[in-house]
Design a protein. Sequence first.
Length: 598
Amino acid sequence: MSIKRYYATADNTITNAFDETLGGNSRGTGSNMGAADILEVFSIYGQQTTSSSELTRILIQFDIDGINSDRTAGKIPTAGNVKFFLNLYNAKHALTLPENYDLTISAVSQSWQEGNGLDMENYSDKTYGLSGSNWTNAGHEHKAEATIVISDAGGILGGDTFTLVDSLGASTVYTINGGVAQGSGGGSGGSATVGFLGVGGGTGGKIAAASAMVTAINATTDANYSAVSNGVDTVTITQGTVGIVGNKENSDSISSTVVSNFAGGGGPWISAGGDYHASPTFNANFYEGCEDLSVDVTTLVEEWIAGTKQNYGFGIKLKDNLEVDTKSYYTKKFFARGTEFFFKKPSLEARWDDSIQDDRGYFYASSSLAPANDNLNTLYLYNRIRGRLRNIPAVGIEPIRVSLYTSAGGTQIGSTFTGSHVSTGIYKCDVFAETTSTSIIDVWHSGGVEYHTGSIEINQETAEIINENERYLITIPNLNKVYFKDDIARFKVFVRPKRWSPTVYTVAKATPEATSVVSASYEIYRVVDNLKIISHDTGSNLTTRLSYNVSGNYFDLDMSCFETGYDYGIRFAFYDDYLSNWNHQPYEFIFKVREDEY
């Protein structure tokens, strides 16, 4: 399994386009399109006046916590061993389609709400400051409450502190300075001092405390806080604007009240059209205009996973210079997460090369015909205990050693090789053997303890006088007719040359010998319309490369990538060194994916 897809949890189109239903110069800045099945990006110049500009931008978010959980569970590789691609799929339409333009993908820096608006024509689904993001608001104006507990006996004491976090996530620690008439302090972030007109208990002291607190916070954060209530034992300070929510109590001696960002979004954007981090940013070019979007966004996703950036999703818009261009780019549309077309939903796709090239059944002796690297053979050791892979306790993830011998108890061939730990219970080692023997013995050991002894049949390199393309017969002997949505299936691919012709002297075997194809790739398509679901990825990523071992080729497939109820086909391509090209093989294998019955 080298491809896993994660689907969007929220998306929306926001716009400042002129609202024809309102007339005049009114714009649809308050409209929401969070429930629409289309996402749209455009720039329209000079439609309302000779210099007017109208824009739309896309907001889209994914469940990074789910990706992090899969990494912890070993379902996707660690950082540096996997790439993440943002995929959006072109939606055909009858309107003008721009050509040769660039879209910028950035990280949104504030939480926002998806909303349930649908109207993408007249922008009639207004939020009116309620749930749902638009051009001016990230969402409903949620107000924060900081509850400070004050005892009647002692009041709030000098030196106590509390913390407030603004909508940008900047924390300010406020220190109470008893007896000072008013607050002073350091702005948003850092620290500030809050003074009180009164520090004693009772209602008067609490009201005075609230008043001074409001004065100080307003002066330092410009957030318009106000006291809305004072009870017998508490003073509640409520933020008058937006973006933060929380309600935590602490005694006046403990002093650590914190108001944190509201995960559901809140209040106006700092800048109309959305707030975005300056880096990292990504670029997607659309030469013809109708292409899908597929961009490597690994650096940002890894920041989200590591927690160095808060995940508020992606913002997608025309490149800055195009948004202010004196020509129009109208209009690019993508399918949204609400589309009825399963394979057109926006996805964040993890891709990695998980293929294993185990040369135990494809071992060649060192030859002067081959470059040094081609004389290396990679061997694997799988430590299975009761059917489950387990690290060798005394070895763990430390290096392991491999020695080669002419026979059991025979002469060692060359020196001892040092192997490495691949993953739980799997070790590998690159070795070479200068020998004319037809078989050798490999011994895996560490610290004087031998853990495994295997046998290897040896092939000898030979030069050829005929440049002939090889043809193959292919089967998948363990192919099932039906797989379930939650399955991760391993397909074992049996390959042998078509021209293979054993003599009558060949010893009969229960299992025919397989040929391991070193460079083989698979692709998956939907049978009903030949739509490619997973295309051959034979470039630098090699995410569709087949593994091989002594039993032949194989690959793993995550069935959650497929819509249930359909038949899917598998095709193969093998790399031909003579032609320096991938050749498609004339075989197709069909299976169906359905929902789990349980």
